[in-house]
Design a protein around this ligand. Structure first.
Ligand SMILES: NC(=O)C1=CN([C@@H]2O[C@H](COP(=O)(O)OP(=O)(O)OC[C@H]3O[C@@H](n4cnc5c(N)ncnc54)[C@H](OP(=O)(O)O)[C@@H]3O)[C@@H](O)[C@H]2O)C=CC1
Ligand SMILES: O=C(O)CCC(=O)C(=O)O
Length: 428
């Protein structure tokens, strides 16, 4: 796994291990994913042709409970990427003390090039191919990049057809009418917002004088930008895959969201003044957004955005990772040496899987929570775990990323040791 995304993802683990007393057996058992499935999915396209797609589902570790993690549709999805995402899910669920292991799935596809019916056939085909690998007590799916509640609904329905029983617990992030939880759509952003609000006062920062740049304007990025905007933060830059916009006086995020929803691109804000008239702004690339002189930078798109190549150019004082893996391990060290604080993905974006857990609990109980019950429980959890990670970082003089891994490893190591090695053939 030399030079793979997974080997890079594992670097923080190496650093954290020095500060834990977990057993050699536990360390050894976390070296590789427990199971990786690669499938070929045949899809009948609208023009009558047959097209094959590659799909993946990886369960990294399930010692603490069933595998849990989203499904990504993106042209760059690979087995290495899905294994890395499953690795991060393992530590995220442990860091938040959720009774889940870590898993992830994906299909190598550009979903924007498919019709709605092709997308549905692909999603159902994916479930046909992985049905024996997943289940409400085995491995539970959820949305990730370029998947949404509609797709989760199709997946849950297809699984139920195959198993001949309604199985809402196999997928979270479903439509509310199919057993989805209130608040799951905004949960990743809301969780990040609670973590940010817990951390910023420790740096004597107040919303009104805090400038923010957000890369990625989807479920996580756009929702968080709006929550921050509505709470008085000055969100000065946002971007999507086509590029972004900047205004030193702060952007009107709700208007930009309207444009994005109507046109599928932030681009229309600056390309078409009849759609939106945000007068005082300038266009910028995603690379330029990352190096803006802002107080808070929020990567909320894809991995490997801050690398050895641009880490020295980052001007933000605090970085909150809403995307999974947006900073490579080498870049992480450069940022640390430069005194830039990084708050890690496995803590900051854990609100999504936390409310997924609430959804799974509701599905099992058949009793549904109000939105305020969901949000209050999420807030409690995010504050509690953020404070614990902060205390570890402070007490051991380590970065927040190392602290989050220590926090997760302590829980994981305990569970792995409690279970035993299961080395069946070793009789001595
Ligand atoms: N959804 C969830 O519950 C969770 C998501 N995450 C992580 O958050 C991140 C974003 O996920 P999510 O918001 O759900 O995904 P979405 O599909 O909803 O949004 C992705 C956003 O990223 C933008 N984007 C894609 N490529 C690039 C690029 N090269 N540069 C800049 N922006 C780009 C997209 O642009 P465009 O709109 O133009 O396509 C879109 O705005 C991912 O890393 C994901 O793993 C983490 C925890 C939970
Ligand atoms: O909600 C979930 O189960 C997982 C969300 C996810 O994929 C993530 O946290 O990266």
């Amino acid at each position: 796994m030399a030079d793979s995304l997974l080997s890079d993802a594992a670097q923080p683990l190496e650093r954290a291990l020095k500060h834990t007393s977990i057993s050699e057996d536990a360390i050894e058992s976390l070296k590789f994913p427990k199971a990786s499935l690669t499938v070929s999915i045949p899809v009948r396209m609208d023009n009558g042709s047959l097209k094959m797609f590659q799909g993946y589902r990886v369960r990294y570790d399930d010692t603490r409970g069933p595998g849990k993690g989203g499904v990504r549709y993106h042209p760059n999805v690979s087995l290495d990427e899905v294994q890395s995402l499953a690795f991060w899910m393992t530590f995220k669920c442990a860091a938040l003390s959720l009774p889940f292991g870590g898993a992830k799935g994906g299909i190598t596809v550009n979903p924007k090039a498919l019709s709605r019916l092709e997308l549905e056939r692909l999603s159902r085909g994916y479930i046909d191919a992985i049905a024996d690998f997943i289940g409400p007590d085995v491995d539970i799916l959820a949305p990730d990049v370029y998947t949404n509640s509609m797709i989760m609904g199709w997946m849950m329905d297809q699984y139920s057809i195959i198993k001949r029983q309604i199985s809402p617990g196999v997928v979270t992030g479903k439509p509310i009418t199919m057993g989805g939880s209130l608040g799951r759509d905004a949960a990743t952003a809301r969780g990040a917002f609670f973590a940010i609000e817990t951390i910023l006062p420790k740096f004597d920062r107040v919303p009104q004088s805090t400038t923010v740049a957000v890369q990625g304007f989807g479920n996580a990025g756009a929702t968080l930008a709006e929550l921050l905007h509505r709470s008085g933060y000055k969100v000065v830059a946002v971007s999507d895959s086509q590029g972004g916009i900047y205004s030193k006086n702060g952007l009107d995020i709700p208007s930009i969201r309207q444009v994005k929803d109507a046109t599928r691109g932030i681009k229309a804000v600056y390309c078409d003044s009849s759609v939106c008239s945000i007068a005082d702004h300038q266009v910028l690339t995603n690379a330029e957004l990352l190096t803006l002189d802002v107080d808070v930078l929020i990567p909320a798109a894809l991995e490997k955005q801050i690398t050895e190549a641009n880490a020295k150019d980052i001007n933000a004082k605090l970085i909150f990772e809403v995307a999974n893996g947006p900073i490579t391990s080498t870049a992480d060290l450069i940022l640390e040496q430069r005194g830039i604080y990084v708050f890690p993905d496995i803590l900051i974006n854990a609100g999504g899987v936390t409310v997924s857990y609430f959804e799974w609990v509701q599905n099992r109980n058949g009793m549904y929570w109000t939105l305020s019950e969901v949000n209050q429980s999420l807030q409690r959890k995010m504050i509690e775990e953020t404070e614990q990670v902060w205390a570890i970082a402070h007490n051991l003089s380590v970065s927040m990323r190392t602290a989050a891994y220590i926090h997760a490893l302590n829980r994981l190591g305990e569970a792995i040791d409690a279970k035993g090695t299961r080395a069946y053939y070793n009789t001595h």
